[in-house]
Design a binder for this molecule. Structure first.
Ligand code: NAD
Length: 514
């Protein structure tokens, strides 16, 4: 399937509108242009007219109106609409997965996997639409009934990162939709075309179902313009933001200032611990996939490897051997393991991080170079890199969004490894490889990993949608996707009903009118 054919199939031209309420698209052409370039070739794929403030108001009007309709459609019926979106995504899986690879640069298997994740969450959300349960409880007063219920929240703002350009929308939007919310989506400016493709897929379903405009909305523009307008907008009771920690901290300040709700999914600095009792046959491939998958641009990428000194040499050798077999190149070539970074700015950050590592005294065991020459003309390709490091170096404490793996030795008990693993500001994903039950149970216990995700004998990345996804500390504390994450998209209400003939007050308070 050629790129031109994919773009045509999604109605994406050379220039595209940057705002949509479903089937209708904005008309603005004078607010600047966002050009999407293939990280693999550097060539322009297509451009988008950045949305204006008027576009934003038009979208917000449509969303506000649509909410009054959508919230009163029974949740299982909303689930039926999401089921149809899931079916449509199945039809477009190949085309959308390929477009993700073209625009984002992740290898095709991961592009297709991202669309599969959308399909999985659609299925999950359909089931959830019949399970928006609240508790019932016994009242302390006679002839009274108490219960809790969940109502739709309103139009919600979803601001997404470039590295999962379509799946993160689905995690939020499809769950929020069954909850009765309407969605205003601002994608990352680095990946606007995949967002347009998703909007076109969804619009087909809404049209076939005769649903009004404004349920699924798209607004493409800068973070400091459109993004900022969303943060400040009281018509959006919830902002779900996926992105870097500095942007998340700013969003937290602005949204909290108006007492809005937040789901923050921010940066990670994830570690795998290899104890003396690790099965290296499992561990080495998990470490390599975790560290180089999506070219190190996952929030759950393995960035630190905390290795017991007794096995350090054999682990280093095995990793150098595995890294030497990695194929770096065209993300659409099925043999490629590692595609390009998103842009040359990311490459600069990769090089600067390694400079700092060298300055600190770290040794580069493998990689370290920016690639040039035939096939690497976009200058976005780097070698996956292994370096020796100390956990307390400031560069190791940060998330560098590139395939750099820091090897950090530990001695003695597993508690020493856990202390290192926890000694960073972020708290997203973590893993331990061990066949020793005591070690794994300590790692999972209250004195163990402080992350939102803690795995045993699997790596840090590649979470399934069934569990709640998110992390602690500088990762922001939000939870999305499975389990009871749906509750964040609804407002909770406690109801007490008196079916008696008296008016007793709670806590036995007496208040009698003469
Ligand atoms: P980013 O922080 O640069 O941008 C994220 C989004 O925020 C974009 O849509 C951007 O336009 C928007 N934005 C920027 N400034 C804004 C402002 N002032 N107001 C409102 N919105 C604004 O992140 P990125 O480079 O696109 O993505 C990479 C980062 O995302 C990494 O740190 C990664 O760890 C994180 N991430 C986290 C998760 C998670 O679930 N924890 C998932 C994916 C990515």
């Amino acid at each position: 399937m050629q790129l031109s054919e994919i773009l045509r199939g999604f109605g994406i031209g050379e220039y595209n509108p940057g705002a949509s309420t479903g089937g209708q698209w904005g008309k603005t052409t004078d607010h600047g242009v966002i050009t999407s370039r293939s990280p693999a070739t550097g060539e322009a794929i297509g451009s988008v007219y950045a949305a204006s403030h008027q576009d934003y108001e038009w979208v917000m009007d449509a969303a506000t109106k649509a909410f009054t309709v959508w919230r009163s459609i029974p949740a299982p019926r909303r689930g039926e609409v999401v089921r149809k979106i899931g079916l449509k995504l199945r039809e477009y899986k190949e085309a959308l997965g390929r477009l993700v690879s073209h625009e984002n640069g992740k290898i095709l298997q991961e592009g297709l996997g991202e669309v599969q994740e959308m399909i999985d969450i659609a299925d999950f959300a359909v089931g959830q639409s019949r399970q928006l349960y609240g508790f019932t409880m016994h009242s302390e007063r006679p002839a009274h009934r108490m219960y809790e219920q969940y109502h739709p929240l309103g139009p919600i703002g979803v601001i997404t990162a470039f590295n999962f350009p379509v799946a993160v929308w689905a995690w939020n939007a499809l769950l929020a939709a069954v909850c009765g919310d309407v969605i205003v989506w601002k994608p990352a400016s680095k990946t606007p075309l995949t967002a347009i493709a998703v909007q076109r897929i969804v619009a087909q379903v809404l049209h076939e179902q005769d649903l009004p405009e404004g349920i699924f909305n798209l607004i493409i523009g800068g973070g400091s313009t459109i993004g900022e307008a969303m943060l400040k907008d009281r018509r959006l009771p919830l902002i779900s933001l996926t992105g870097s920690t500095p942007v998340g901290k700013h969003a937290a300040t602005v949204v909290s200032n108006r007492l809005g709700k937040l789901i923050l999914e921010l940066g990670g600095n994830n570690a795998i611990i290899l104890t003396e009792h690790a099965d290296l046959k499992l561990a080495i491939p998990a470490v390599v996939f975790g560290a180089v998958g999506t070219a190190g641009q996952r929030c759950t990428t393995t960035r630190r490897l905390i290795v017991h000194e007794a096995i350090l040499n054999s682990v280093q050798k095995a990793l150098v051997h595995a890294y030497a077999s990695l194929r770096i190149g065209d993300p659409l070539d099925p043999k490629t393991h590692v595609g390009p970074l998103i842009d040359t700015d990311a490459v600069r950050q990769f090089s600067e991080a390694l400079e700092q590592v060298r300055h600190e005294g770290g040794e580069i065991l493998f990689g370290g170079k920016v690639l040039s020459g035939p096939g690497y003309g976009s200058r976005c390709y780097v070698e996956p890199t292994l370096v020796t490091a100390r956990n307390d170096w400031s560069i190791v404490q940060q998330e560098t969004f590139a395939p750099i793996l820091y090897l950090i030795p530990y001695t003695g008990d597993v508690r020493n490894a856990i202390a290192l693993q926890n000694a960073v500001p972020q708290g997203l994903s973590s893993a331990i490889f061990t066949n020793d039950l005591r070690e794994s149970e300590i790692f999972l216990s209250e004195i163990g990993s402080d992350c939102g995700i803690a795995n045993v004998n699997i790596g840090t990345s590649g979470a399934e949608i069934g569990g709640a996804f998110g992390g602690e500390k500088d990762t922001g504390g939000g939870r999305e996707s499975g389990s009871d994450a749906w509750k964040a998209y609804m407002r909770r209400q406690t109801n007490t009903i008196n079916f008696g003939t008296e008016l007793p007050l709670a806590q036995g308070i007496r208040f009698e009118l003469s």
